[in-house]
Write a protein that binds this ligand. Sequence first.
Ligand SMILES: [Zn+2]
Length: 621
Amino acid sequence: MKYEKDYYQKIGFKCGLEIHQRLLTSEKLFCSCSANKEGEKLPIKIERTQRAVVGELGEIDKATGFESMKGRRFIYNTYNDTSCLVEIDEEPPHEVNREALEISYLIAAIFNASLPDEIEVMRKEVVDGSDPSAFQRTMLIGYNGFLELNGRKINIPSIFLEEESSGIESSDSEVVIYNVNRLGIPLIEIDTDPEIKSPDEAKEVAMRIGTLLRLTGKVQRGIGTIRQDINVSIKEGARIEIKGFQELETIDEIIDNEIERQQKLIEISKKLKERKAEVGEVIDATDIFSKTDAKIIKSIIEKKGVVLATKLSGFKGLVGMEINPDRRLGSEISDYAKIGGVGGIIHSDEDLKGYGISEEEINNLCNRLGIKENDAFIIIAGEKEKAEKAISLARYRAEYAIKGVPPETRGIDPKKNITKFLRPLPGGARMYPETDEKPIIVDHKHYEEIKKNVPSIEAIESKLMNEIGNKQIVEELIRSPKLQDYFYIAEKIKSDYQLIATTLLQKMKELKRLGIEVEKISNDTLVCIFERYKDRIITKQAFEPIISAIPKSCVDVDKIIEEQNLIRISGDELIELVRSEIEKGTKQKSLIVSNIMSRYRLNIDGEELNNIVDVLLKVGK
Ligand SMILES: [Zn+2]
């Protein structure tokens, strides 16, 4: 966090979270397809296009119209085991998954929420194609909840149970390819009020919600299974929904950068208002560039494309003003233009000669646009239809620069930790009832029972302290997504708790850094490794070669142990080794140990070796 807490209050910082977490159920929410398998890809592909049914198709302040302006085709890959006719909207949804409902009630109880008398399944419009039906089913299962953090109460006004969307396999300006593997997996959405007071607090609340969800032991683990959307605004700014945080570590930095972006845009807007700025009409400047040496423009004109331009009166110097590291107002205008299907814009705050545009061409263009001292202009070249669309989008964004900050849904640029434009913020999700589902009558007595058995962080903490015995490891484990894995493995092994925890928290991370695909290693495989350790078949040192070999070879643990000679040497066999070393004339303990370890580092437990050497040296005397 860049500033002191008071600063955020002063700038009117407002922030609320939406946490999405996939539940661990065997089936999907509205059909019997598997909710936790990678299905086998089928040759069947479904193709859909979307058309906004509203009259104002050109109105780009509507997310729907905006998406349909992109005119992209959506292709859905289908899978064995994980998709059926329900996913592709060719069959009505089945009854709501009871297992998912039960987990949701438990989560509602953890967040102290009330349950409605009846749960109503609704359809929520989805505009990005991530659902073949163009809607997502969702239901309010809890309201008026809260969580406590550092003595502060953070309100959770609503908890939803809904369908996960499809995953994107690839996308370009024409086609988006989705896979329906994850479509329809039960997903819980937890919303906080916009009362979070600083970027640090946003990070803490997100972490706490994640921890509380994992306490259930009933949520999916791994990359993408939990997602944070963060709504951020400042005074005179606008509500920005930042989607798709995955690394909680960078939340504060990204929010700080977003605040800075909004502040710069507000500053630009004030200057533009002072200068009585205006966005001019579109002119066709193709003829001015008919003999140009500017490569980009030349190749477009050769392909019968057009060059369009617009005057931005009063914008001089502001289009090129930096609003985030290496990002300018011009970059934002360009983001909108790109939606129209062009490569971007050229603007007058840039080095135009760098593009190969001549002095004469610039003069001619300035004359035709009537450019005066404080004015700027933008140029868009492209296929006629695309360039027209692009320049109208660019003009819309430039006009908004005079007003201030446009409300948007933004994603994340993980390299720079800044936000990036996705689409305008939809004007409130459009919802309508799912007529294929009957309302679910809530059994409040049952909910009271669930509430009595809610797991608390304190209780889990003391249980873990008993097992692991190290406060630092326990605290790290509680905050870590590995908590569930720990529960699963510890429950089966019932010993070596600290080793299990450190293997999950440290060893796996180390190996991941070395490029080992540790995500591919299942908890059952880990259980198997810990069992072999418990049975004294292998040493701790053998963990690393075994874990490293699994994702590559996919063979079982015992085969790896055998092939890589990882079987533990202990007891009589170890005594023999030490004896022969002493017989060779080595009398110094450290030398005996290092001689033996240099040959059998992975097979011998250091402590056992030390003890044996001690005993034999003593006997030898
Ligand atoms: Zn299905």
